[in-house]
Write a protein that binds this ligand. Sequence first.
Ligand code: NOJ
Length: 740
Amino acid sequence: MKKIFAATILAALTLTVQAQEDNTKRDAFIKDLMGKMTLEEKIGQLTLYTSGWDVTGPTLNENYKNELKAGKVGALFNAHTVKYNRDLQETAVKKTRLGIPLIFGYDVIHGHRTIFPIPLAESCSWDLDMIRESARLSAKEAAASGLNWTFNPMVDIARDPRWGRISEGSGEDTYLGSLIAKAKVKGYQGDDLSDPLTVAACVKHFAAYGAPQAGRDYSTVDMSERVLRETYLPPYKAAVDAGVETIMTSFNEVDGVPATGSKWLFTDILRKEWGFNGFVVTDYTAINEMVPHGIVANEKEAAELALNAGVDMDMQGGVYNQYVAELIKEGKLTEEQVNTAVRRILESKWNLGLFKDPYLYLDEKREKKILYSQELMDHALESGKRSIVLLKNENNLLPLSKEVKSIALIGPLGDNQIDLLGSWHASGNESKVVTILQGLKEKAPNAKITYVKGTGFGFDGDDSKDEFEAAIEAARNADVVILAVGENYRQNGEAASRSDITLPGVQQELVEEVMKVGKPTVALVGAGRPLDLSWIDANVPAIVNTWHLGTMHGRAVADVLFGDYNPAGKLTITFPRNVGQVPIYYNMKNTGRPFDANNKYTSKYLDVPNTPLYPFGYGLSYTTFEYSGLNISKSSLNMGDEVTISVNVKNSGSRDGEEVVQLYIRDLVGSVTRPVRELKGFEKILLKAGESRTVNFTISTDDLAFYTRNMDFKAEPGDFEVYMGGDSNASLKGTFKIAE
Ligand code: NOJ
């Protein structure tokens, strides 16, 4: 034992010494290189341009080509495939004066060519190992395609389903979102950035991009510093603590200053408070956009503001290239500021192994071997199944029998490929997608399956009712009806906010018509946001929220429908009853007039209950779980103490199944008001039918810290309530206190 311990310490020390030696070498190399660089070349390193893509493949605009040769481009994005990136890298290495290699970035958001579930879906697995594995495999496939930098993870907390980009994040909760942020950074970057199967991650969008007013993309963000620090910043911080190499600015303003020009965010918080030492890249033309924001009069002033804020790389705006030298001449910026930014970028290039071998990521054999490999396909299926959330299952309609005689599959997602890839699927290969129709056919080969699209998504006028009759007829002739409805991939994601979150187009009418037939019906809802499912909940006996699951969508869904996989996903975002309840989230405040059905003058609506349709943490299984025996190891804690909270969970049904055991805490009285509940722990467990297990959580008073009245981050003495169960409405309750 002692020997093993000593060996571990020795190994750790050797690694530290090695890392120090590497850093010394790196610093010397970069110092020497920077000594040879002209100011223009330095500014070039701060410049990131996009490559294009047309029918013949990737292209680079002539101006950028010339700038690249002149050493005025440090990185490119949207360029991939080994062959193409090799050409570009050769230009950088062989045709520029100093031969500094390029970094190749790309939006690898939920897979590169093989697509995994959209991030919101994956978060519903509450499975951190699986999420980390998705990131590792995405990195592997992307790196094999000549990329070494992904613009992910997006960790913006979001509580407004009108906002289209809710699909790209991990939902509404800060605690869970922070753990997922860490898992993704570790997954993308691995232990060694210079391993050609990993990529540098870029956490985004700093800061609070997920809270735009009215849910409209790019809109104003305005919140107290307390809410910003307590709810929105922790996932970015978790990514920084996990060693994320880069961070992206957000488009929005924070407290009146566009993030891209905020020294407070990028220097005071990010660098000074958090000790981040990678580089900062802007979002797409975010420096230029500070002009319409009205914080500067022109792009030159915008460049000055951004560099002064501590923003290192200009994505696509071209303003650093155009104005920084001039601003230095005028004494508005210093060459030292440029040096600092260049140094950070060159350090990342070193960390990626590009100075040792600029062609490290450019191996055609490796590309062929890795793209769409079995390992990726298997993971697409596994992550797909784990992301599905069963919302309703009246009279155990599901799982279906494989002996079912006839099925009517109705709806625009039924025999569809591209939309199942979801938003931001970038280079995801549509032709590889297993459709729902195909998935059903594989599972129930003897069933007669009739597919009728019924209608479109109401996108670009695609809302004809011509096929309604055929859909009704198919339903009449089937034993079971499966409705494959939802959004297409362009109805959520960037620049895809919606003011109405019901099924788009005339799909709702289609569902209502088909329901009149009266057959056992399952609604498969495939969307990138929580939809208003109130009517469906009241009228359709089984509802499966599938989200958009990527390449293996159809197979994952079929596994769940026929019971080869027992669904275990839990919502990471509250589903409202209608859009008027938005923003609605589980850890709201109590108010001075909490809901009371018998008192008109309490906080409520006249036309809809306060409660959501489905709460955060909710999701059904084909089995049932019973919670009992909540035990709290101490009734009174001193500051700094730990307490163990345990509960007994029993699989009380007849199938094996997984359950996400959730721990919520309420701090009853604070120097500022506290949420009615906060998630403080969870564990996903597998229980065989009839099996029981005790699940333990240990939390310390540090886990109860918050920004107090004086903005100190600490716990306060007082009474706490504990809730344990399978969703945020958990009713098993206990108490403890922190002594004065
Ligand atoms: C704009 C998006 O906001 C950002 O998330 C993305 O990484 C960049 N465009 C680059 O495509």
